[in-house]
Design a protein around this ligand. Structure first.
Ligand code: PMP
Length: 431
């Protein structure tokens, strides 16, 4: 838990401080700011890093390595040179990869939909079953939870620890409840906590005994190459699952959304050869093929996984100052007050901020009223409800540095405003 809030302040000092904070807030409000920090989007400078791809496009021959004319129909799961790049990044083989169009979220949705309607490889369709439950390590990615809500999957919140989800709880739950069919994981630079799962956590996922013989892990490595500092490594879960005799347990998702363009990148999934063959068959009814010209452009632009790595170092140059700015503004305004804890991620797209219990929603509302749009409080939990109302997701990538600085100063003021209000209304005896 947190230490005593405003340690060392007298009642009179707190009253004085609240007046100052209120004045500051009124000034901000009158400035009519319009600052958006609600979603983890790349900024314009990041997008510009990939414009060169379209210069290549001007002289493109359109023919893939295998001699396929990418302008035409065919190849339901994409071209081999782009599969190879993802395969290198993920440490899997090309046969274990399925390429899609730009969105990995769409591939995740598609897997869940197929699991319900047609059934995954060797599995009964979930629509035939009375109840389906998923484990949801939280705080987590709101769009994973939204898919569960849409399909009527009951979500069970699992707390996040320093090295991954609470695995004692995960193992216990999956061992006793056959209706628990899946879990969402963002195992590297997790959205929003920045946590990377330890090797032990990955091994426990691969080896754990599950009551359901069709239990699936949805392993979303959206940020696997998004290092801000030195590279962090994630143990290869498909390998571990094979070693443990559970090769069909995991589906891995990745995309170039935050490598090239979120609106026009390439997404991929990886899974066992059996899973992949089964999915390809279903997908081939759904489509004659994805945008292979875009696959080819990406493959020519990067050449190989090293090309991707070099490109990601340019992203890091742009993003590192933004993450460090957020940290320094928190430190300057809130350091030592014991009213906030925030993560210092080594990669990914988010900073996770914890404020005192019962304050997050009000802080986000106050910020909104002062022109700073944040991710809705609660969004990082199943059903959009944070049981403690204390987590706020900070997305520092998109705004220009000056706007980010302004937005963070306002946020810090809102935090103090709400927390001081609570403390003072609790009365003198509470401090
Ligand atoms: N997974 C995670 C963990 C994300 O944070 C995001 C984007 N915010 C996505 C997936 C979306 O991926 P895509 O653009 O490939 O659909």
């Amino acid at each position: 838990g947190m230490m005593k809030q405003y340690e060392g302040f007298t009642w009179e000092q707190l009253v004085e401080r609240k007046k100052k904070v209120e004045r500051k807030y009124e000034i901000y409000k009158n400035k009519n700011f319009n600052l958006d920090m609600s979603r983890g989007k790349p900024c314009v400078e990041q997008l510009n890093l990939s414009n060169e791809m379209y210069k290549l496009g001007a002289s493109l021959d359109f023919i893939s390595e295998d001699g396929v004319d990418c302008r035409n129909y065919g190849l339901v799961d994409g071209i081999v040179e782009m599969k190879r790049i993802f395969a290198q990044i993920l440490g899997v083989s090309e046969e274990e990869i399925i390429l899609g169009d730009s969105s990995s979220l769409s591939l995740m949705y598609g897997t869940i939909e197929k699991a319900f309607i047609h059934g995954l490889y060797n599995c009964e369709p979930w629509k035939n079953l009375k109840k389906i439950k998923f484990l949801c390590p939280s705080p987590g990615y709101d769009r994973h939870f939204a898919i569960c809500e849409l399909f009527g999957i009951e979500m069970i919140t699992v707390p996040m620890k320093e090295d991954g989800p609470d695995m004692d709880m995960v193992e216990k739950l999956v061992a006793e409840d056959e209706s628990i069919k899946g879990i969402w994981c963002t195992p590297i630079y997790s959205n929003p906590t920045g946590v990377t799962y330890s090797d032990e956590v990955v091994r426990r996922f691969a080896t754990m005994k599950t009551k359901a013989n069709d239990f699936k892990i949805f392993w979303d490595v959206a940020y696997i190459v998004h290092h801000l500092y030195e590279e962090q490594k994630l143990l290869n879960i498909l390998d571990e699952c094979k070693k443990a005799g559970n090769p069909d347990r995991v589906f891995i998702y990745i995309s170039t959304s935050k490598i090239t363009f979120p609106g026009a990148g390439v997404a991929a999934m990886a899974c066992s050869v059996d899973n992949a063959r089964h999915l390809r068959k279903l997908i081939s009814i759904q489509t004659i093929g994805p945008n292979k010209i875009n696959h080819l452009l990406h493959a020519r632009f990067f050449r190989n996984a090293d090309g991707v790595k070099a490109h990601m170092r340019k992203h890091a140059e742009i993003l590192r100052p933004k993450f460090e700015l957020v940290n320094s503004i928190f430190e300057k305004n809130l350091g030592g007050l014991n009213i906030a804890q925030w993560t210092k991620p080594k990669g990914g797209y988010f900073i996770s901020l914890d404020v005192p219990e019962g304050c997050a929603m009000e802080i986000v509302t106050k910020a909104q009223e002062a022109g700073v749009k944040l991710t809705p409080a609660g969004a990082t939990f199943p059903y959009g409800k944070d049981p403690y109302d204390k987590n706020i997701r900070i997305a520092p990538t998109y705004p220009p540095v000056e706007e980010l600085e302004q937005a963070m100063e306002i946020l810090c003021t809102c935090i103090e405003l709400v927390v001081l209000d609570k403390i003072l209304s609790d009365g003198k005896d509470s401090i």
